[in-house]
Write a protein that binds this ligand. Structure first.
Ligand SMILES: [Zn+2]
Length: 223
């Protein structure tokens, strides 16, 4: 699994990842690895329930060393004004049961985190924001986390940053680089904030870039 959603961190209308996973025929126990693009609450809260128990009891949790060093640093959080601590607190609470059971394993950019899955440095949105390039035979898909937040704005103008970016200028440079390679290499892209079903290609037009979503249809079956 890549990222785990916000669970209860953002109100009662969210938190559907676990039920959607079950609806797809899997149980949380089946998940052996959770890869994190970054440790913002809307990606990480879903790994742990409100009682502080791991939602994925058999999974190793992997996040970049840089994001772990930043968001899990209790001293850094304690030095901030109360209002700025929320993201740190939520990340630390979510990661805690995995750390306590020795299942939190940070990675470094460029690591092959699982067979055919390489962590790619896409920092800027957070200090250790990462994307995962999945390759199999001739096909490739980049799971890019928050490289683009607003497809309505940032494809047409990738230089627009979002308030949540740790380093807005670097986030813009990263977005421009990633979009250019996605056009050149024609690989698939999966993004956390893209419209359903969240998978597509990137093309270039006179105005800038454009999101070309995959066609969503029932899978063919022999049954
Ligand atoms: Zn984010």
């Amino acid at each position: 699994m890549v990222d785990a959603g916000s669970a209860a961190c953002f109100g009662p209308s969210l938190g559907q990842v676990e039920s959607n996973l079950r609806a797809s025929g899997y149980s949380p126990e089946d998940v052996d690895t959770v890869l994190m693009t970054h440790l913002h609450p809307d990606h990480v809260c879903g790994i742990t329930n409100e009682s502080g128990e791991a939602v994925y009891p058999n999974a190793e949790l992997r996040a970049s060393q840089a994001d772990a060093d930043f968001w899990l640093d209790e001293e850094r959080a304690a030095a901030l004004p109360e209002a700025d601590r929320a993201f740190f607190d939520m990340a630390q609470k979510a990661v805690a049961p995995y750390q306590e059971s020795g299942r939190f394993k940070p990675f470094t950019e460029g690591d092959e985190v699982l067979t055919g899955i390489v962590a790619q440095d896409t920092h800027g949105h957070t200090v250790g924001h990462s994307s995962f390039m999945l390759t199999s035979d001739d096909d490739a898909m980049l799971v890019w986390g928050d490289v683009v937040h607003s497809y309505g704005v940032q494809f047409a103008d990738p230089t627009v940053a979002i308030e949540f970016d740790s380093d807005p200028e670097q986030a813009v440079r990263t977005r421009e680089d990633v979009l250019e390679s996605a056009v050149d290499d024609k690989h698939w892209v999966a993004g956390a904030h893209m419209p359903f079903p969240g998978i597509g290609h990137i093309v270039e037009n006179e105005e800038g870039y454009q999101w070309l979503p995959i066609e969503f249809a029932p899978l063919a079956t022999d049954e």
